[in-house]
Design a protein around this ligand. Sequence first.
Ligand SMILES: *Cc1c(COP(=O)(O)O)cnc(C)c1O
Length: 223
Amino acid sequence: MLLADKLNHIRKTIPGHVSLVVISKTQSPSVILEAYRLGQKVFGENKVQELVAKFEQLPKDIEWHLVGHLQSNKTKYIAPFVHMIHSVDSLKILKAINREAEKNKRVISCLLQIHIAEEETKFGMTEQECRSLLESGDYEAMQNVSIAGLMGMATFTDDMEKVRREFRSLKVTFDSLKSDYFKEDPGFRHISMGMSDDYLTGIAEGSTMVRIGSAIFGERMKA
Ligand SMILES: *Cc1c(COP(=O)(O)O)cnc(C)c1O
């Protein structure tokens, strides 16, 4: 299938209130440009260096999201332009983002990454760690980050019922944090959950943002 057909197929299956972040990691700028010309303006990468290189080479009205793990010392490279960071998993990294955003006179949208999968290797915080972060004086003093919701990655498995339970737990955490800390803040509204193999389950369980790569570009050459 052509890229246009795959992209249109995905678009047709996503309801209007859910946004599509096309994950372009490992794809060349020319392939990304092809999707851009089909009207896709929102792309996500998982590595800082690759994100910066693609930002520099591609049209400036692309909205770039970082979906992979971020180290504090690399925050400065993306702070001038990044639209949303999905992978905030500590107060330390949030502080670094706030500091670099301030230097750039920007407010950067962030999602708190929650650990919902069984695997040890997946990054993310527990709900309790999120609560500690949100209750800290450090967070209250931040002027240059805006917490726009939560992100989670389900266990890598064919067991869709397991995936569904994990997504459901993320929605429960979202609702509970929303009512405890963001009742008056309409900006806290996103649940980034669902990838190529599980985005329909994610949407059924309350996702507002899906991150899709291989279902659009085909299988990646390298992980
Ligand atoms: C690669 C990646 C995706 C997209 O995965 P696909 O299975 O290719 O759709 C989504 N989220 C994150 C964090 C990723 O690293």
